[in-house]
Design a binder for this molecule. Structure first.
Ligand code: NDP
Ligand code: MG
Length: 339
């Protein structure tokens, strides 16, 4: 598999374009600010009338337009609004306004792979998907590093889609860490699987189950928090730095023995079988269908679950304990007033 770096890309290609970033949320702010700091001059942020994000973008000196005006102005559009609203946004504001031969870019393949958007045939349709949360994409760039990116081409009407996509990926910092070429299908399915089974769904369920087991057995919430939440980062940092073996080098032999003998009792054959079923839901389109239907009814169960989860005791004890560790806030990546 070919991995591209800054030296393989021509950053001037994207610098020569009018680039619109539609949405100024987790990904949007990171793409726009990284690009600006890479020397891209003609950037506009596309936001709806009355958007709460407009002041944040303008606070960084970025020009804000409506999505329709941004579409008419831009040669290259990165669509980084929530996936569930992209179909309507494309239909109502982009389809009729985008320039002939312009580029429509995504940071995730869901809408194209599952045919929720059927783009005009004269457009280049690409994906530049950073493999990390938006706030990390920004923080890594600012410290001179980068988050790896995936590049995929769904439509190459102009013949220049690959080179321009690579140029964009480098402008947002991806070329420092590596840009891998893939397909919309591979990115979309693997990304959904990763976030559901390991990164988000798997990890939070593991953390909560461990925490609740200790609480139910009568251990103090503070103990349970440090053991099952706080230390996750410390362990993951060691894995990130040098792999699982590097982490096992640092932990005690006792911890390592427990890891080998007890870990597989947590992730059992039954868990693996469930992972396969989750993957099948993704591949068959069942997950995408369920999520879109949830949106048809105004995200009722999604919002109720978000509210209930935020009320979990683990959040209260966590907020209290983190308050005693001011260095965590000093280097925080999420500042809701700015990003
Ligand atoms: P966010 O939820 O952070 O996006 C919110 C932004 O979109 C806000 O600026 C919001 O403005 C704007 N927005 C919402 N609806 C509309 C609309 N109808 N018209 C115009 N602007 C709108 O999105 P993410 O950054 O999380 O995700 C964006 C894309 O990136 C998705 O495709 C996602 O899959 C992908 N991705 C996300 C990652 C992440 O780290 N979050 C990681 C990799 C890929 P307002 O203030 O008006 O609400
Ligand atoms: Mg993801």
């Amino acid at each position: 598999m070919r991995v591209y770096y800054d030296r393989d890309a021509d950053i001037n290609l994207i610098k020569a374009k009018n680039v619109a970033v539609i949405g100024y949320g987790s990904q949007g702010h990171a793409h726009a600010l990284n690009m600006r700091d890479s020397g891209v001059k003609n950037i506009a942020i596309g936001l709806r009338e009355g958007s709460g994000s407009a002041a944040k973008a303008e606070g960084e000196g970025l020009q804000v337009m409506t999505p329709g005006d941004a579409a008419a102005w831009a040669d290259f559009i990165m669509l980084v609004t929530p996936d569930e609203g992209q179909g309507a946004l494309y239909r109502d504001h982009l389809h009729g306004n985008m320039k002939q031969g312009a580029t429509l870019a995504f940071a995730h393949g869901l809408n194209i792979h599952f045919n929720l958007i059927e783009p005009r045939s004269d457009l280049d349709v690409i994906m530049v998907a950073p493999k990390g949360p938006g706030h990390t994409v920004r923080a890594e760039y600012q410290r001179g590093a980068g988050v790896p990116c995936l590049l995929a081409i769904a439509q190459d009407a102009t013949g220049g889609a690959h080179e321009l996509g690579l140029s964009y990926a480098c402008a947002i910092g991806g070329g420092r860490a590596g840009v891998i070429e893939t397909t919309f299908r591979e990115e979309c399915e693997a990304d959904l699987f990763g976030e559901q089974v390991v990164l988000c769904g798997g990890l939070t369920s593991l953390i909560k189950a461990g925490y609740e087991t200790l609480i139910e057995a009568g251990y103090a919430p503070e103990m349970a928090y440090f053991e099952c939440v706080h230390e996750v980062k410390l362990i993951v940092d060691l894995i990130y730095e040098g792999g699982i073996a590097n982490m096992r080098y640092s932990i005690s032999n006792t911890a390592e023995y427990g890891d080998y003998t007890r870990g597989p009792r947590v992730i059992t054959d039954e868990t693996r079988a469930e992972m396969k079923r989750i993957l099948d839901d993704i591949q068959s389109g069942r997950f995408a269908r369920d999520w879109m239907l949830e949106n048809e009814v105004g995200q009722t169960s999604f919002k109720a679950t978000r509210r209930r989860e935020a009320d979990h005791g683990i959040e209260d004890v966590g907020a209290r304990l983190r308050g005693m560790m001011p260095w965590i806030a000093e280097t925080r990546m999420v500042d809701k007033s700015k990003n």
